[in-house]
Design a protein around this ligand. Structure first.
Ligand code: SF4
Length: 410
């Protein structure tokens, strides 16, 4: 922690710009430009020291401020996991539902070959209540796939309201802690995040939360207050979806202007969006899907060299967020889904579209879509979404987007 803080010193800032000066526009992933940190010799710039750590709420544990999330089921992931440890990215995030267990199996393969590394890793997995409440046998299966006796943190996956954290989960999590199967317990959420956080701050048995949090949402008064309440309650907070990608490819002129401006300053807009979240010291960690080493290196360099964005940098991000407001689904699913008597989880479908348009990851979109209630696909073309559109504070063209989703995902 202290090493991270010391790095805001001027010399470090200079170093960062020197290293980052070679960052150009690299791979474009769904409209997000990922700067590739390259040295003058054309090699990828690598983090010179481990990613800094931050306290995870009241747990007494420090976690890397950058977490690797997503799929770990391909051969090259062995190299990814090795590099993650080398660069100090020791918070690994997976879920029972990622690839039908293949993500957990990939991590388990790593631990079976490298058992000594298990204690270095803060390992997180998730169980979804949409698949049922038979958590005990399913947790056992997760542990078997992960090749470990315990996870450091177990999330209930993707809750839509604090009512999903029913009282039985409190006693169940206590039992699992006593049995040594989990160390910490909490939930993840992409939906109605503010209400979920407000409720969690009143539940002393919630240790951690992973939630959608980015430059678009972090300045909203209700979000600020909810984050503050959880922080004061000692809940460890992990931010996800920090790039603020939406279900619509914006193609906004200000996106190019913003990217050019940050490039001149020595970092990419992708890194700037991470840096904006890291500036919030209440956030312990950013969980990022890093599908290749270049993106992991880019993120790790930004994490090590956290330079504070200037006032005008923040103004640029805010302007971009304003101009693309109607391209971004803010997860307030209670509003639009209730307008249709909760028949379609609209913001979850929006998230699938975001995986297609912002991540260009059709497979992830389809996997996520297949976890939604079975009738969702059929309803996308049958329902009239006018009432939902009237309830949307961002004026998203919900009907058109649901029909697009039907073509892409069903
Ligand atoms: S579609 Fe609109 S109302 Fe529904 S979750 Fe997204 S932003 Fe909120």
């Amino acid at each position: 922690m202290s090493s991270y803080r010391n790095q805001s010193a001027k010399s470090n800032r200079r170093d960062f710009f020197k290293k980052a000066a070679a960052i150009g526009f690299g791979a474009t992933l769904g409209g997000l430009s990922f700067g590739r940190p390259r040295t003058a010799e054309g090699q990828i710039a690598l983090p010179k020291e481990p990613v800094p750590v931050r306290p995870f709420g009241r747990s007494g544990v420090k976690v890397s401020s950058l977490s690797m999330g997503g799929m770990f089921d391909i051969l090259t992931n062995r190299l990814m996991l090795a590099k993650a440890l080398e660069w100090g990215v020791n918070y690994w995030d997976t879920a029972e539902g990622y690839g039908g267990g293949r993500s957990e199996t990939g991590i388990g393969r790593w631990f079976s070959r490298n058992p000594a590394t298990r204690k270095q890793v803060f390992l997180v997995t998730k169980l979804s209540r949409r698949r049922g409440d038979d958590f005990t046998p399913r947790l056992e299966k997760c542990l078997k796939r992960l090749h470990t006796d315990y996870v450091d943190l177990l999330f209930v996956h993707g809750i839509r309201g604090i009512a999903d954290m029913e009282p039985w989960l409190e006693s169940w999590s206590k039992d699992m802690k006593q049995a040594g199967k989990i160390k910490l317990f909490g939930f993840s959420t992409h939906t109605n995040m503010e209400a979920c956080l407000e409720g969690a701050a009143r539940l002393p048995w919630i240790d951690g939360i992973m939630f959608t949090y980015n430059y678009r949402l972090m300045h909203e008064p209700r979000m600020r207050a909810a984050v503050d309440a959880c922080y004061r309650a000692g809940i460890g907070l992990t931010a996800m979806k920090t790039q603020g990608g939406g279900p619509v490819m914006s193609g906004s002129a200000s996106e190019i202007e913003m990217a050019s401006r940050f490039m001149q300053k020595g970092f990419s807009d992708h890194q700037a969006k991470l840096m904006a979240v890291w500036e919030d010291q209440r956030i312990a960690c950013i969980c990022s899907q890093m599908p290749n080493l270049t993106i992991m290196a880019t993120n790790a360099v930004a994490a090590v060299n956290q330079t504070r964005l200037s006032r005008s940098d923040h103004a640029m991000l805010a302007r971009y967020a304003r101009e693309t407001r109607s391209d971004y689904c803010a997860g307030c699913g209670r509003l639009c889904s209730e307008a249709l008597a909760n028949r379609v989880p609209i913001n979850d479908v929006m998230r699938c579209l975001m995986y297609v348009n912002a991540y260009q990851d059709l497979e992830l979109a389809r996997i996520t879509f297949n976890c939604l209630p079975a009738q969702t696909g059929a309803l996308l073309t049958r329902l009239n979404f006018s009432a939902a559109e009237r309830s949307c504070p961002r004026n998203l063209p919900i009907g058109r987007l649901m029909r697009e989703a039907s073509v892409l995902l069903t």
